[in-house]
Write a protein that binds this ligand. Structure first.
Ligand SMILES: O=C[C@H](O)[C@@H](O)CC(=O)C(=O)O
Ligand SMILES: [Zn+2]
Length: 280
């Protein structure tokens, strides 16, 4: 069996208030997603969002169904988004081959039976970062390259948050049931993502931090805006953001992260912003 899955239950702001560092990490932090020849999955009870990593080595690696889904195949009642954060690779969907280079995305609609990951070169393996959510209908499977992204440049050098938001799997690019995914790249010398911070109580979110240079780290802020906490993130780690939580980070260098969301609606802009002086 090359697939593993771990369950994370949903928690309330009240219980989160009393967590120490280890408890917060156990609930929200995803320390390891990529192991050669493995598909590693984390099932969150927030919007039944699955976060995962697939790292095919010498052999192609199938996306197998897992017991918690009680489904004959993984995408029986789900949709899937993939962004490649490693070397060139392919994803084969019911026999159709999609080439995914670094930072390219693939949306796979509900009902596809066979998904197989492969690396072009095992010496520089593909690292497929995965998000999956329940789906009520089937939308077309489609690759989205960086050129096809909906790009927004936000922030500025003087506030240390100059960054490019690449909306990849969002409703301005293609239709999905509830999944939204994209990638935000900080410009050199900038440290803050998602500042001013926000919440969106109708959608949960997961952040995956990568391109964090050796010896550096990102401090991820979470919690209700007036009750914040932090989790230190290493390269290639993810963190679950409950719908009631801010999700913002400051790195000891610039870095890149993938955001994935699911829940009530597909309106990227429906955030409740938190004024910076009001944060506690
Ligand atoms: O709800 C939107 C998500 O939190 C991210 O897209 C925000 C982000 O990438 C950023 O501001 O840097
Ligand atoms: Zn957000």
């Amino acid at each position: 069996m090359s697939t593993s899955i771990e369950t994370r239950y949903a928690s309330s702001p009240l219980e989160a208030k009393s967590w120490d560092t280890a408890q917060a990490r156990e609930a929200l932090h995803i320390p390891s997603l990529f192991e050669p020849g493995q598909v590693k999955l984390v099932y969150s009870h927030y919007d039944r969002f699955i976060t995962g990593g697939a790292m095919p080595a010498q052999q192609p690696l199938p996306l197998e169904t897992v017991d918690p889904l009680k489904a004959e195949y993984f995408l029986e009642r789900r949709e899937l988004g993939i962004i490649n954060t490693g070397g060139a690779g392919t994803v084969t969907v019911d026999g159709e081959v999609f080439e995914l280079d670094f930072k390219e995305a693939l949306y796979i609609g509900r009902g596809k039976k066979e998904v197989v990951f492969a690396s072009k070169n095992a010496a520089s393996p593909a690292l497929f970062y995965i998000n999956s959510t329940p789906a009520h209908m089937t939308y077309p499977t489609r690759r989205v390259t960086r050129k096809e992204a909906d790009v927004v440049v936000l922030g500025g050098q003087e506030t240390s948050n100059h960054r490019t938001i690449n909306k990849l799997l969002v409703n301005s690019v293609l239709p999905t049931c509830q999944l939204q995914m994209g990638m935000t790249e900080l410009k050199p010398g900038n440290t803050w993502n998602t500042m001013p911070a926000h919440t969106h109580d109708r959608r949960m979110e997961v952040y995956f931090y990568f391109e964090v240079p050796q010896g550096q780290a990102v401090c991820h802020f979470w919690g209700q805006p007036q009750e914040t906490r932090h989790i230190w993130m290493q390269n290639n780690q993810a963190v679950i953001s409950p719908p009631w939580s801010i999700h913002s980070g400051a790195g000891t260098s610039n870095y890149t992260f993938i955001w994935g969301m699911a829940g009530e609606n597909l309106d990227y802009g429906d955030m409740d912003h938190c004024a910076i002086p009001d944060l506690r």
